[in-house]
Design a protein around this ligand. Structure first.
Ligand code: G1P
Length: 296
């Protein structure tokens, strides 16, 4: 069965990004000229996803609104003859079916996935985490597209990996696995946010998953961790014991936009690649740095 549905957990409070996230959801903060969530939704659609299940929370209405019709705004754009802007605003409301469901308590990523159980039903599905933005390497499909292609070949659940430096391992789920060749790994176990000395490898999970529906039953049986959360990583550990679970080192540049430095790096690099803004932005940065950061 094709992977038609994707869960995007977006219920977090964004505490790593205060004060920007005090009154706005972090997923709506723009990266260059569009909200971070839009990159992730576009990646899912490019990978063939037909239905997005957004797991939100109180105070995050703006996320649904971004992908809804906006009649007042559309009327103004139309009256002013702003055809390009009007087209883009309408496209956002029409290019994918988006359903929102609320996670009523912040009980962890595994719990957020579980909240979407009935909306996914009995079929394989994808999960995309909004903090991870993947800019695919030239000639490669999107991050999720790379995973789905392998899932369709092998019919085995698969998650995205990337090698990270030792001092960053404590921010990720890290795998213990064996290489199957061509950047593919068989995952035997995972450790969530290990101290570097205890990490089983340097291969970190980077926020894209293609999973079978049985993960829901597994998550229902997964215990709360010491912080009172149900971790997706715990569910994946159980899944790996039951059937083959693969990891794939995705080809592309990944940005962790959930922290301030990662967000700044993503903004600059994606800004430099922007079709219209890239060239003048590069000229400005070069002149600015040449002037010792004192102007241009
Ligand atoms: C989550 C997962 C972790 C994964 C990471 C990727 O952690 O729990 O396994 O490596 O996303 O970004 P979070 O960043 O939500 O704490």
């Amino acid at each position: 069965m094709a992977v038609r549905k994707a869960i995007i957990p977006a219920a977090g409070l964004g505490t790593r990004f205060l004060p920007a996230t005090k009154a706005s959801p972090k997923e709506i903060i723009p990266l260059v000229d569009k909200p971070a969530i839009q990159y992730v939704v576009e990646e899912a659609v490019a990978a063939g996803i037909e239905e997005i299940i957004l797991v939100t929370a109180r105070g995050k209405q703006a996320l649904e609104d971004h992908f809804d019709r906006a009649p007042e705004l559309e009327a103004i754009l139309e009256a002013r003859g702003k055809r390009d802007e009007l087209g883009e605003v309408r496209r956002l409301a029409e290019f994918v079916t988006l359903i929102a469901v609320r996670q009523k308590q912040a009980l962890g990523l595994g719990h957020a996935v579980l909240v979407a159980k009935d909306l996914v039903g009995d079929e394989p599905f994808a999960v995309l985490l909004g903090d991870d933005i993947i800019d695919p390497a030239p000639g490669h499909a999107s991050g999720l597209g790379q995973l789905i292609a392998l899932f369709e070949q092998r019919r085995e659940p698969i998650i995205a990996l990337q090698e990270v430096p030792d001092d960053e391992l404590r921010h990720y789920g890290v795998i213990r696995g064996e290489p199957l060749g061509d950047d593919l790994w068989r995952i035997h176990d995972l450790v969530e946010k290990p101290e570097p000395a205890l990490a089983p490898s340097r291969l970190a999970v980077v926020g894209r998953y293609v999973l079978p529906p049985e993960i829901f039953t597994i998550l229902e049986e997964t215990r709360f961790d010491a912080h009172g959360e149900i971790q997706l990583t715990e569910g994946l550990r159980s899944l790996a014991r039951l059937r083959p679970l693969n990891g794939y080192c995705v080809h592309g540049r990944r940005y962790d936009t959930g922290n301030k430095l990662g967000y700044l790096i993503a903004t600059v690099e994606l800004g430099l690649k922007h079709p219209q803004l890239g060239a003048p932005f590069r000229a400005h940065l070069e002149a600015h740095l040449k002037a010792g950061g004192k102007g241009r």
